[in-house]
Design a protein around this ligand. Structure first.
Ligand code: COA
Length: 270
């Protein structure tokens, strides 16, 4: 197995469309195992979480684009070679799945830029991101059933919440993948774009988010995600509290003053 970096970080990210300035505050994180279709070994997951944590602690970073190296895959799943000999005990003791819990703690918005296969853990990783920009060549699927198991990194829960029980059951019980257009119709992805433009369009979207006030962006991400694990009553209460809390920020004053003065606000991130 390669001992080199399996995850690459570019901060600032390259300029979209190869033109002009890089979008301010955007980082590009690339899973770099193209020979294995970017399969998510435990080492990849560890490096990915470490990279995202470092960016999350970097005040100048405001949004992350996550992609897979090459054009064939975002990620073709957990590393089957690594899973083949596992037992219930070894999986529990190994702690490799803890990385999935650590991903949930990242406060920065993360956009998945998906070309080609997003299967199994790759689909679950895209679902764990906050938005998905899909190339027309993207395929989303949870084929674990064909390997004698089920999705184990959130697929049964997040896919069902994203596209509803009927479609999720069909995908998870048969292992059938769906195209980018089907994923768009089902509400799984934010945007479907020509395959060659996937990364540039994701970077451009990230640039728009990165230009927003960062405290409010983090609060918005947290509150939308809260909708997935709170009752409506709890979620509404948390939203109200978070909304009120933002009125202690300099960015709230600036945003509203700038609106009254008909000028562009200058965000300070406090
Ligand atoms: N884990 C480990 N290795 C993987 C992998 C995975 N999830 N997915 C692909 N690879 C490897 C293949 O073993 C192959 O390696 P090799 O060249 O050393 O033999 C390489 O990536 C290329 O894949 P290959 O199967 O030859 O490409 P393909 O175009 O014929 O098929 C897929 C592409 C995605 C349909 C096929 O690779 C596949 O079904 N992968 C597994 C998907 C899956 O079940 N994911 C859920 C895992 S829980």
């Amino acid at each position: 197995m390669s001992s080199g970096p399996l995850v690459r970080v570019a901060f600032p990210a390259p300029a979209p469309f190869g033109l002009g300035e890089p979008p301010g505050g955007v980082a590009l994180v690339t899973i770099d195992r193209p020979d294995s279709l970017n399969a998510l070994s435990f080492a990849v997951l560890a490096q990915l979480v470490a990279a995202l944590r470092a960016l999350d602690a970097e005040p100048a970073c405001r949004c992350v684009v996550l992609t897979g190296a090459g054009s064939r895959a975002f990620a073709a799943g957990a590393d089957i070679r690594e899973l083949a000999d596992q037992t219930p005990e070894s999986l529990a003791a190994g702690g490799g799945f803890d990385h999935w819990d650590e991903l949930r703690e990242i406060g920065l918005p993360i956009i998945a830029a998906v070309r080609g296969y997003a299967l199994g853990g790759g689909c679950e990783l895209a679902l764990a991101c906050d938005l998905i920009v899909a190339g027309e060549d993207a395929q989303f699927g949870q084929p674990e059933i064909t390997l004698g198991v089920i999705p184990g990194a959130g697929g049964t829960q997040r896919l069902t919440r994203a596209i509803g029980k009927a479609r999720a059951m069909e995908m998870i019980l048969t292992g059938r993948s769906i195209t980018a257009r089907e994923a768009e119709a089902a509400g799984l992805v934010s945007l479907v774009v020509p395959a060659e433009e996937t990364l540039d369009r994701a970077l451009a979207l990230a640039g728009r988010i990165a230009a927003m006030p960062p405290i409010a962006v983090r609060a918005a991400k947290a509150m939308v995600n809260r909708a997935f694990d709170a009752t409506l009553t709890e979620g509404l209460a948390d939203e109200r509290e978070t909304f009120f809390g933002l009125f202690a920020s300099a960015d709230q004053s600036e945003g509203m003053v700038a609106f009254a003065q008909k000028r562009t606000p200058i965000w300070r991130g406090r």
